[in-house]
Design a protein around this ligand. Structure first.
Ligand code: B12
Length: 462
């Protein structure tokens, strides 16, 4: 199955492992997406488990069910502590408690705040002294506690994610982040945070970067290989290659320890921080798939969104990786505010000029708690109410924040896909280099969706 995408829930696996190392407790992890579990069944599972604490890890795409879910949970487990966490809280802050039956919510990293919540709940029955969390007070009002939620300083002190609390092989029948279905793989996160200041980013792990050591990364891979006999690892870091010396050390350790694995970077490497030497080191470690985020091909827009990507280096490093047999995937964003036809064309031109095998042209979608959202709130607030955050594709989103008309905007999105993919050389390279070419037909519905975007809507406009 290709959609919805599913991958091992690293966030709650990290939380589970950490809390087990702090408390003598039983933990059950359930991934509602994996087996398509209904809300009623999910709540029944919590009730059957007789949970004292129920935590929900939420992405904004599925947040629309949160209020009814927490209400159902409250009615089955009246005295349980209900806590909401995950990226949705980092975006929407205290609003996630509005209309919900949860007691508290945690933005950002969850390990230490959750430990503090559990201590406070069982020792004094009140969460009012837990720093930085959102909670409901005695009168049911939503408040933010003073201070900031603490983060773990040294990631290597964290126990490994709790693999024993999930059934890893059951994830292999779904597609995860890289467009390569049906692999025996595991996901790893080797760093948290990113120092760059892109205006569309959530900053879930804030701006300071913390990293696992190369030693810990290779130990984790060895453990997974031994336990599950896998030879395919995906790193989900926001910026794996921020520290080139760690990349070299990792590559050296992989070779020294004779670790034989394929490695994918589906969440992108920062292309202008790469050099040929770094790419070689990654290939020697096993890199066979890598995403590169262009976002925009327009220098003006690069500056405005504060990504400031060096587009020449982007092109040069992708070419080098692709020539060295890495399957290269790109991400681009169309529809930034003030974006003109010239800017849109620049993005399409750079994408087409590149040696990327595949690319997704996403539609810019502002999330609360980002600089981009504040900007739109000031300049074009009526657009915000039209955004459908439950659209899980982000290519289908039809809110256009650019300076061109809707009709023209959709034309550019279709043109972007047509110009990029209707290129015999690219099609040949995809067929030659895609890791599982016989599965390519599975992607036809997605391709069709992207190639026809806005057509039904533009008929309405006409
Ligand atoms: C892997 C990944 C996926 C995987 C699965 C994600 C998952 N875990 O369910 C797949 C490929 C399926 C996916 C799909 C999508 N994703 Co995604 N994905 C990621 C990615 C790259 C890594 C996630 C991860 O493992 N992080 C590492 C763990 C350790 O972090 P974490 O999960 O956030 O957990 C920590 C805290 O959030 C907190 N926490 C988490 N749960 C809880 C619960 C409680 C009770 C508490 C107290 C704390 C807490 O503590 C954890 C440990 O510190 C992130 C980017 C990122 N930097 O995180 C984007 C990200 C999560 N994805 C995002 C998006 C938008 C999508 C898509 C819509 C993209 C698309 N166009 O298709 C879809 C939606 C799919 C859906 N089913 O609805 C956004 C979410 C934004 C939001 N507000 O929800 C993110 C943050 C990227 C971004 N910067 O915008 N994604």
């Amino acid at each position: 199955m290709l959609y919805p995408l599913v991958s091992p829930p690293l966030g709650i696996m990290y939380l589970g492992a950490y809390l087990r190392s702090r408390f003598d407790t039983d933990i059950q992890l359930v991934n509602q997406k994996l087996d398509n579990i209904s809300d009623d069944n999910l709540v029944k599972m919590a009730a059957d488990f007789n949970a004292d604490i129920v935590g929900f890890s939420v992405l904004t795409t599925s947040a629309h069910t949160l209020n009814s879910l927490t209400k159902k949970c409250r009615s089955k487990l009246p005295s349980a502590l209900i806590v909401i966490g995950g990226p949705h809280v980092s975006a929407f802050g205290p609003d996630v408690l509005e209309g919900s039956s949860a007691d508290a919510a945690v933005a950002g990293e969850g390990e230490v705040p959750m430990e503090q919540i559990i201590h406070a709940h069982f020792e004094c029955g009140s969460l009012e002294d837990v720093p930085g969390i959102f909670r409901k007070n005695k009168d049911g009002e939503i408040v933010k506690n003073a201070g900031e939620t603490p983060q773990v300083k040294d990631l290597d002190t964290l126990p490994m994610p709790a693999y024993d609390l999930i059934n890893l092989p059951s994830y292999w029948k779904h597609q995860s982040m890289p467009p390569i279905p049906r692999r025996k793989y595991a996901s790893l996160l080797s760093s948290r945070g990113c120092p760059f200041k892109c205006i569309f980013c959530h900053r879930i792990f804030r701006k300071t970067i913390r990293k696992h050591s190369a030693e810990r990364m290779t130990e984790e891979i060895r453990y997974l290989q031994k336990k599950y006999n896998i030879n395919d690892i995906e790193f989900l870091d926001d910026i794996f290659n921020i520290d080139s010396s760690r990349v070299f050390e990792f590559s050296k350790l992989v070779r020294q320890k004779n670790i034989k694995t394929k490695i994918a970077f589906p969440n992108a490497l920062r292309s202008d921080l790469l050099t040929y030497e770094i790419i070689d080191a990654l290939i020697e470690a096993g890199m066979y798939f890598c995403s590169f985020a262009l976002e925009s091909g327009s220098h003006r827009i690069q500056k405005m969104i504060k990504k400031n990507l060096d587009i020449q280096l982007f092109l040069k490093n992708i070419e080098y990786a692709a020539r060295n047999k890495v399957f290269t995937n790109g991400f681009a964003m169309l529809g930034f505010p003030t974006e003109t036809a010239k800017d849109l064309k620049a993005t399409i031109d750079v994408a087409c000029k590149s040696m990327l095998h595949t690319i997704s042209f996403f539609t810019v979608t502002p999330f609360p708690n980002t600089e981009l959202y504040t900007y739109i709130m000031r300049t074009n607030p009526e657009k915000l109410s039209a955004i459908k955050y439950d659209d899980i594709t982000f290519c289908g989103t039809t809110v256009n924040l650019s300076d061109v008309s809707d009709k023209e905007f959709f034309q550019y999105q279709r043109k972007a896909n047509h110009s990029f993919y209707f290129n015999p050389n690219r099609i040949m390279r995809i067929l030659r280099d895609f890791p599982q070419p016989y599965l390519l037909p599975l992607y036809l519905p997605i391709v069709m969706h992207r190639f026809t975007k806005g057509l039904i809507l533009s008929k309405k406009i006409n």
